[in-house]
Ligand binder design. Structure first.
Ligand code: GLU
Length: 502
């Protein structure tokens, strides 16, 4: 048997550190066994998936030094490797389940489903919806069918009993069927859900070991059942511990930059980031902290993964990076520094903004040093300005950050639209409004346009600097954050309303 593993990211946002971590362990496992590692794009959520996000995922995994034997960009014998291109395959498999009586068309409306859940909750039972809850009289089904009403396809699941899931690290895990919904397998738009597409693809792509995050344990019973319904052998399952912030909460961008591209922009060495990801829950037999990708693969043993939540600590990563950095010769250092900071791709777009403003080359560094730096050195006093009182400035930065987090296409035009809309709604003059953003992003207000700077720095570094500015000013506590969120929602509604009347 050839070992075949996969990483199956959904291209719905920034390339996440967690994706790279799971990819690395799948890759290490495949390489250790002389097997194959493939990359599959799970883009069945058409609303949220974007080609930019897919590209960013591929680019950042490559930047880290990972390679895959099969995938949407390299091809392979088991393609297509993008789920949106496999619709016919899923339709065929849903039909099989309908024919064997293991799935059914469900014509329940959203209102009915809400009502069913409320009734269940009030009755004190679990809210999982079962076949018996969802059933409709035959004449109602016929009526809805005849009227061309939308339907979904759901799988049948046992109403009670336990499902035993075998996990390579945890042994047998018992899960209660009563908590499992009659899962939707195909949505009313004909697209499969994750569960169906994932099982069908893992089988058809001959995956032997599914190594994924522990957040998927609760989905495993549905998958076990689907394999049984299709009469297929199960791949081995291995649920990796979730990455955590230093305070042990689940890794989140509020506490830690989670986009891999941030680490590139910050000037980390890819070898060091990969090395650090390899340290997440795993250690070398000799416990050495610094090791290369190939050293990891040679010594890899999945049983050495420990389940205590691995902490992703940027300070620790910086320290590890410093070990890698110090080992470079002066020539290598110079070469890599230049490749990072002075490559044409990075420098050329900045020049048109600089050239009209400088008289001699030595004017460049004071004007544009922030393009080469990380987080801006700031104090609360940096934000003192006549237009702002008390905590207003935190609110402006926080609202701006939320809007920028929701900006999917990172272009100057969209950044401007988001921030100017907010300024107008908050009735703050644009100049005054932009002041805290200048400070957060550039550390000064006398430099090139902050909107251009953000567009050039990219979403990860821009958002990280604004987050850092909020921290310097004193990040709002839970209660204050709730209030800000509420006020922000009202502002967003007002912005939307004014856009439709404009
Ligand atoms: N598309 C899922 C994700 O984004 C894949 C989960 C799995 O590996 O089964 O994490």
């Amino acid at each position: 048997m050839t070992v075949r593993t996969r990483v199956a990211p959904s291209p719905t946002g920034d390339p996440h550190v967690g994706t790279a971590y799971i990819a690395l362990f799948n890759l290490a496992f495949a390489r250790q066994h002389g097997g194959k590692f493939l990359l599959r794009i799970e883009d069945t959520d058409q609303q949220r998936s974007t080609p930019e996000s897919e590209q960013a995922i591929l680019d950042s995994l490559r930047w880290l030094g990972m390679d895959w034997d099969e995938g949407p960009d390299v091809g392979g014998d088991y393609g297509p490797y993008r789920q949106s291109e496999r619709r016919a395959i899923y339709e065929e498999h849903v039909q099989k389940l309908l024919d064997s009586g293991n799935a059914f068309r469900c014509y329940r409306t959203n209102e009915e489903l809400d009502q069913l859940r409320i009734t269940k909750q009030e009755g004190g039972s679990l809210t999982a919806l079962k076949v018996s809850d969802l059933e409709l009289p035959a004449d109602v089904i016929a009526e809805r069918e005849a009227a061309g009403a939308p339907f979904v396809v759901r799988m049948k699941v046992p109403e009670e009993g336990t499902c035993v899931v075998n996990d390579m690290l945890r042994g047998e895990i018992e899960l209660d069927w009563s908590q499992v919904d009659a899962q939707i397998l195909m949505k009313s738009d004909g697209m499969p859900t994750y569960h169906l597409a994932n099982v069908v693809d893992d089988h058809l792509m001959a995956i032997t070991h599914v190594i994924r995050g522990e957040e998927w344990i609760s989905s495993a019973p549905k998958h076990v059942l689907l394999y049984q319904y299709f009469g297929w052998d199960m791949p081995k399952l291995c649920h990796m511990p979730l990455l955590r912030n230093p305070d042990k909460s689940k890794l989140s961008k509020r506490k830690n930059p989670t986009s891999i591209m941030y680490y590139e922009r910050m000037g980390f060495m890819p070898e060091a980031v990969l090395n650090y990801l390899g340290r997440m829950g795993w250690s070398m037999p000799d416990e050495s902290e610094k090791f290369s990708r190939d050293e990891m693969f040679t010594n890899f043993d999945i049983q050495r993964v420990s389940l205590g939540g691995p902490v992703f600590d940027v300070e620790k990563l910086r320290w590890l990076n410093s070990l890698w950095l110090r080992e470079l010769t002066a020539e290598q250092f110079a070469e890599r520094f230049a490749a990072w900071g002075f490559n044409p791709e990075r420098v050329l777009p900045v020049i048109p903004h600089l050239q009209p403003r400088v008289e001699v080359f030595s004017d460049v560094a004071p004007l544009a040093g922030h393009f080469l730096s990380g987080l801006t050195p700031l104090t609360p006093e940096s934000f003192e300005h006549k237009a702002y009182e008390g905590e207003e400035v935190v609110a402006v930065l926080q609202y701006g950050l939320w809007l920028l987090e929701a900006t999917r296409h990172w272009e100057k035009e969209n950044i401007e639209k988001a921030l100017f809309g907010l300024a107008k709604q908050m009735e703050i003059k644009v100049r005054d409004f932009l002041f805290p953003f200048f400070m957060a992003i550039a550390g000064t207000s006398s430099t090139i346009s902050v909107l251009d700077t953000m567009a050039l720095l990219g979403p990860d570094m821009s958002r990280a600097r604004i987050r850092h500015a909020i921290d310097v000013l004193g990040a709002p506590g839970k209660k204050k954050l709730k209030k800000l969120e509420k006020d922000f929602q009202a502002i967003v509604r007002a912005i939307e309303a004014s856009e439709t009347t404009d």
